[in-house]
Design a protein around this ligand. Structure first.
Ligand SMILES: [Zn+2]
Length: 243
């Protein structure tokens, strides 16, 4: 009996000595909602008098976003900026992912086709378009539900695919929308201005080299081949905002 008691105390002493190195797992019961600061079911919650809001002016938020958006590493020496809208000939407005999907697939007359279809149509003498390496534009402003988002497109390292005879020298920006029907709204314009101003500064592009797609034809003294970016897009007003 005495030995048993001694052994017990020795064991206890050993445990106490090794206390610091002992790992103790404590399995606690799940905390109640109140313990983690959440209301219990059915409990009424009064909101704080003022909800926390980001008070940074939107314009500065766009400036910050643009700085993070643009990757200048290894960029070509761009000298122009060409503005587009995302409306097709048929008036359908396409959003960023749809445009990227279209540009990176085999296509004919505005529709995506399979490689097999492309081969067949080509054999029939149709002019099909092969997939591009990436979306034709360098940047975009998409309209996703209630929000507008900056989008990164084709790298600034390689020529674009958005305006004939301008792809080698012009950064292409597509504002998603149909500006034959409505004017771009203030959010779209402010986001666009922040992006263009940043690019103008980085590449030393003068304001007169910021043009709409249709204006590229006038500059080249060619018959105007597009309505892009739409009659309701006031390009002179855009340039005024950039000056
Ligand atoms: Zn265009």
């Amino acid at each position: 009996m005495l030995n048993t008691i001694k052994a017990f105390f020795n064991c206890l002493l050993g445990i106490l000595k090794n206390e610091k190195t002992m790992k103790i797992n404590v399995i606690a019961p799940n905390p109640t909602p109140q313990e983690v600061g959440q209301p219990a079911v059915g409990e009424r919650v009064s909101l704080p008098p003022t909800a926390p809001v980001d008070t940074t002016p939107l314009k500065s938020q766009y400036d910050k976003a643009v700085e993070q958006l643009v990757n200048l590493n290894g960029s070509r020496p761009w000298t122009w900026i060409v503005i587009h809208h995302s409306s097709n000939k048929d008036g359908i407005t396409h959003e960023w992912d749809a445009i990227r999907n279209y540009h990176t697939n085999w296509r004919l007359d505005g529709g995506i086709i399979t490689f097999q279809e492309a081969l067949k149509l080509q054999a029939q003498g149709k002019v099909v378009i092969a997939p591009w390496v990436d979306i034709g534009y360098n940047f975009g402003i998409s309209h996703d539900g209630d929000t507008y988002n900056y989008q990164v497109g084709r790298s600034l390292i390689i020529p674009g695919a958005h305006a004939i005879n301008f792809n080698q020298k012009a950064i292409g920006i597509c504002v998603c929308g149909n500006f034959m029907k409505v004017s771009p709204n203030e959010t779209q314009l402010e986001m666009l201005v922040a992006l263009i101003k940043y690019l103008m500064k980085q590449f030393n592009i003068p304001v007169n080299n910021v043009v709409g797609h249709k204006e590229t034809y006038t500059i080249l003294k060619e018959p105007i081949g597009t309505e892009c970016p739409g009659d309701k897009f006031d390009l002179d007003d855009l340039r005024k905002r950039l000056a």
